[in-house]
Structures are given as C-alpha cells and as structure tokens.
Design a binder for this molecule. Structure first.
Ligand code: F6R
Length: 605
C-alpha cells in the first residue's frame, strides 16, 4: 500500500528520498513521485512517474537539488496508475505539495464544490482535493492552513505537506494511516513505515490518530488537529537496516521462511518460567484475578492473522479451558456485535496498522471492552490502542505474504494459552509438557526446512493444477486454511480449504485426478478420522499430499514433520506448506515478494 517518506535537514534530499522509497517498495505500489525545495529556493520542484522507483529515478533531472522534500509510492484507489495520478499533488500556483496515504471519503463532493469555484483538477485522485483546500486557505501559518483543510475532509489519512512560502518546515498529520517521525541530529525524517527510517535513525515518534506535527531541521513539535500541544517521547526501534536486506536469498519470502528458526527462539526468549511451569508476558496488563474472571475469548484479525487467531483460539480452549473463537475483524465490526464485559477480546495484527482490525478495537474500546493485542510492530496503532498484549518479535517482514509473522503469532498464542491455563486449571505437569514442546520448536523447524528439496520436487507437480483442496480437522483446519491462502496469494492457483469432516457434505463432488488434495494428518486423537477422509478421496481417484507425523498409506506423497505436543503441532504443520506455495510460485515464475493486487499493510477499508 502507499508509502510516504520525507526529510528536512542539510543533506542532498533527492537521493535520500529515492532510497527511502526503495525501502518502501515491498508494500506494493504502481507509481512514485518526489517534491523538493531548499531554504534559499523560491519554489518547489517535482518529478513523478507511473511505474517503479527506478522509472522515477530515470526522470530526475541533473540539477534536482534541495535539502527538504517529501516523496510517495502510490497504490491506486481513486484513478488508474498514471503520471498524473501519482503523488505529490501540487496546487495550480505550484506552491503547495501534498502526499497522502488513505482515502478521503467525501472527495467527490468536495471536488464538485471546488470545481464549481473554478479550481481545475489535474488528476482523478482524492488527494488533490486536499492540496487545493490547503492552497485556498489564507490562514497565517501552514499548520493552520492544513488544519482548516483537514476539518473539511472525512476519511483516513497520513499526509505530509510542503509550502513554498513556508519552506523551513514540513507539516504532517495522521488519521487512520501511519505517520512516524524519525529524529536525527539537526535533521528530521518522516515516513509511513519505519523501514524507510532505520538506515538513518532509530529514534522515532509514532503519531496518534488526530495528531499533527511540524518538522524543522533542528526541531519538531506535535499537537492535535484542534491545535493543543501533545507530548512526544522518542522511542528506539529495535529493527536494524540489515533486517531489510535479502541476506543471500533470492526472495524475501524464502529468507523469512528460513528466519523462523531464530524468530521462534526470540518470541520464547526470557518468557519461560520453569519454576512455576508457566510463562511471563510483561505487557499483558492482566492480573490473575482478572484472568480468572474471563468467561470467553474472542480473537479478531484479518487474513493470515485471522488464521493464526483460529489456532490461538483452539490453544486457549484446550489449555486454559476458556471458550474461545476467532472471527475476521472486517466482519465483526459490521455486524453490530454484542460486547460482553466478561469476554477478553484479542486483536491480532502483524503490522499493527490494519484498518479493519484497528476499527474493531476502537469500537470495542468505545463500548468498554477489555482488548489485548498480539502484534509484531512495536508502537503500532493497534499496539497502542489496546490495553496490553504480547509482542510477537518476528522482526520486520518484507515479503507481502506473511510466513514468519504467522508462525510467531501462533507461538505467542501458545504462550498466552499456557499463561492463562496455569492461572486457571492447567496442571504443573501439563505446563511442563507444553514448555518442553515450545523449547523443541526451533530445532524442529530446522528439521522441516532441511526437507526443502523434497518439497521443491513435489511443487513442480502442481504447476498445472487449476485448483487445489486443503483439508484438516479441528487443530488441522486453520492450518489448511492458511496453507490454502498462501498458495493462492503467491502462485495464483485457486485453492479452497475445508474441514475434512465436511467432505461428504459437498466438496467430494470436486474430487477427480486433476484436483489434488493437501491433507493435514497429525498423530492425535483424530488420526483415524483423518485417514477415513483420505480413503474417501482415494476411492475417487484423487491425488493426495499428506502433511503428517508418519507416512500415510493412502497418500501419494507424505511430508513427514516432527511430532510435538498435540496442542502445538499446528505451529509446525504449516511450515512445509509455506515452502510448497513458494516453490509452486517460483516454478510458475510469479513475482513472489509482491503478488499482484496485494499490499503488505492494508491501512484502508
Ligand atoms: C497474507 C497476509 C494478509 C495479512 C492481513 C492482515 O499472507 O499477510 O492476509 O495477514 O492483511 O494484516 P496484519 O496481520 O498486518 O493485520
């Protein structure tokens, strides 16, 4: 999704902004642009282009120098990808430039009013409305002009604004779309994602919704859109610039699949308490009495995070014996849910910025619910909106499709389930058993990754498939759902996930030799039931790949994974299927790190 980067200081700004845009490329975009100035300049200079950042770079003229600038990568919402629709958007007098992430809901109405007043629009975007509104304000300061413009717009935004008459500053504002300030030595940065900042500074301030900031070379201040000052204490980002490099792998997806060994080790580190056979989760803000009072757990997330939440719900129900379920946050917020004071709500999001999840959290908070977060990005909007939670410590995930964040989120749920279980009725012996299982995970992930060649060969058989079926029961069903999502996202092969128990209620009609099935078959109490499903498929000449703890006779191929505790098996069973999706996509020549039509962080509805 769209990306913003800005700088004010003494350095030559154009190369710095272009490099920042490159670091945001992973989010997905279709055009890019940059506008710059310097204290002595009389105006703003702008270049923009449809296509990649390198297409923009090719258009930058030789004498394109300055020390202040804002830049953008656009992911089309209003208007097709084109040079004209690329950001920044400039006012007719070339004095105001705006870059914007988000969507202005009342853009059509505002545009009609401005056009009736004689304003000529150069693009089809909603953002251009904002540019003209700022340009038409006659308030004495840029801050006030931006504030007046924002009062008229409805929707979501993260914006950065420059004005030729106020060229000692950049004014930024946030409402529903991330804006992070980077604090340097006599220089300031701004971006929509820390990925664009960490090469220059690790000191950051994340704006809240309804907050604005003024950046000058040696100073910044934050205030609300109403004008009152806010306090902003910089925090240090743990992620290093190197975390964003490919590290010898051909794609980020491959690198991130391999990083799972260390990432899982990290989410466990410092949290296990052997003495009481439990775990400590520092940021949970949920004391034992409150934990015992929980009557239900409702987990909310989108896409892969929702699937992680489904596994999490199963773990909480099994280990803590609290009724738990997961629901897509995007559905929950629109169905006028009954908000129950004895339910613990958990919002799951790797980016911590997904709009649907954030909106669900805000709705729950408004109704007085207790909401925890299971989030990867420290200090992100969801992390800050929730009452406490568990960071998943997966490190930055650059590939659009999630792998290591998914696995770490599920492990974080394992920790939470154990913690809640040990406060309630989970025995010391069971606590010990789960801890031993958790400790085995990194080594077992290494074992699975060592089988990559076998999975690569297998994947080559699926490149002709038009569609694939993924099945699993209870613990295995969310694993099947996530594996099916991974395959379709990255290879574009249609895939459908079904509970194995539902096969004979409909999907069996699809089974034939050209429709392969991937079945999750753990060695648990449902092994025989799962085997029965394999028989049903085989009897109809279906081709089967099983992910199992022992070779399955009815399967054409079994990917054998190491056995852990029953409750933790789902963490491992999805990992070979990440590799299956990866190698299928690779054999098909797909753009693995940036699948078509997808963005890393969905900060709009
Ligand atoms: C799929 C994927 C998405 C995200 C979803 C929610 O590989 O990554 O389905 O999980 O868009 O994003 P987060 O987790 O950032 O809230």
């Amino acid at each position: 999704m769209c990306g913003i980067v800005g700088y004010i200081g003494k350095r030559d700004v154009a190369p710095l902004l272009l490099e920042g845009l490159q670091r945001l490329e992973y989010r997905g975009y279709d055009s890019a642009g940059v506008v710059i100035t310097s204290p002595k300049a009389t105006g703003l200079k702008m270049v923009k282009a449809k296509g990649r950042v390198r297409d923009l770079e090719a258009r930058v003229p030789k004498r394109f120098t300055g020390t202040t600038g804002i830049a953008h990568t656009r992911w089309a919402t209003h208007g097709a990808p084109s040079d004209e629709n690329a950001h920044p958007h400039m006012s007719a007098d070339n004095k105001v430039a705006v870059v914007h992430n988000g969507i202005i809901d009342n853009a059509t109405e505002l545009r009609a009013k401005l056009e009736a007043d004689g304003v000529v629009f150069l693009s089809e975007t909603d953002t251009e409305v904002l540019t003209h509104l700022v340009a038409r304000s006659e308030a004495p300061t840029l801050e006030e002009r931006v504030r007046q413009a924002l009062k008229l717009v409805e929707g979501t935004y993260g914006i950065a604004v420059m004005h030729a008459d106020f060229n000692d500053r950049i004014v930024v504002a946030r409402n529903g779309s991330p804006v992070v300030l980077g604090i340097g030595e006599k220089e300031m940065f701004v971006a929509s994602d820390v990925a664009a900042l960490v090469a220059h500074t690790r000191q950051v301030v994340t704006l809240d919704d309804g907050e604005m900031a003024t950046l000058k070379a040696d100073d910044f201040r934050t205030y609300t859109t109403e004008g009152s000052r806010t306090t902003a204490t910089p925090t240090t980002v743990e992620w290093e610039a190197e975390s964003y490099d490919m590290g010898g792998h051909d794609t980020y997806m491959h690198k991130e699949i391999y990083e799972q060994v260390d990432a899982v080790d990290r989410v466990l580190r410092g949290r296990i308490d052997d003495r009481f056979s439990t775990v400590h989760l520092g940021g949970l803000n949920l004391d034992a009495r409150a934990a015992r009072g929980i009557r239900r757990v409702k987990i909310l997330g989108c896409g892969t995070s929702y699937h992680a939440g489904q596994i999490g719900a199963q773990m909480i129900e099994e280990l803590a014996r609290i009724p738990a379920d997961a629901e897509p946050a995007s559905e929950f917020r629109y169905r006028d849910p009954v908000v129950d004071p004895d339910t613990l709500y958990i919002a799951v999001s790797q980016s911590g910025e997904t709009y649907d999840v954030l909106a669900a959290v805000q709705e729950l908070k408004r109704k007085g619910a207790r909401v925890l977060g299971v989030v990867n990005v420290v200090g992100s909007a969801i992390a800050r909106e929730t009452d406490g939670g568990v960071y998943v410590h997966a490190g930055p995930e650059v590939c659009v499709v999630s792998t290591k964040c998914f696995t770490n989120t599920v492990v974080a749920f394992g920790l939470l389930a154990l913690h809640l279980g040990r406060i309630r009725d989970l025995s010391v012996a069971d606590g010990k058993r789960i801890i031993e299982g958790l400790r085995k995970l990194p080594g077992q992930i290494s074992e699975i990754l060592a089988g990559e060649d076998e999975i690569k060969k297998l994947a080559e058989q699926f490149t002709d498939a038009k569609s694939m079926l993924f099945i699993g029961r209870v613990r295995g069903y969310p694993v099947a759902r996530e594996a099916s999502l991974k395959l379709k996202e990255v290879s574009y092969i249609h895939a459908e996930a079904y509970p194995a128990s539902e096969l004979k209620h409909g999907p069996l009609a699809l089974i034939e030799p050209a429709m392969p099935t991937v079945a999750i078959v753990p060695d648990d109490d449902l092994l025989e039931k799962n085997r029965a499903a394999l028989e049903e498929i085989k009897a109809r000449s279906g081709k089967i790949v099983a992910v199992a703890h022992q070779v399955q006779e009815k399967a054409d191929h079994t990917i054998v994974v190491p056995k852990n505790e029953d409750e933790l098996d789902p963490i491992l069973m999805g990992i070979p299927l990440q590799l299956l999706a990866y190698h299928t996509a690779l054999a098909l020549g797909r753009d693995i790190d940036k699948p078509r039509n997808l963005a890393k962080s969905v900060t709009v509805e």
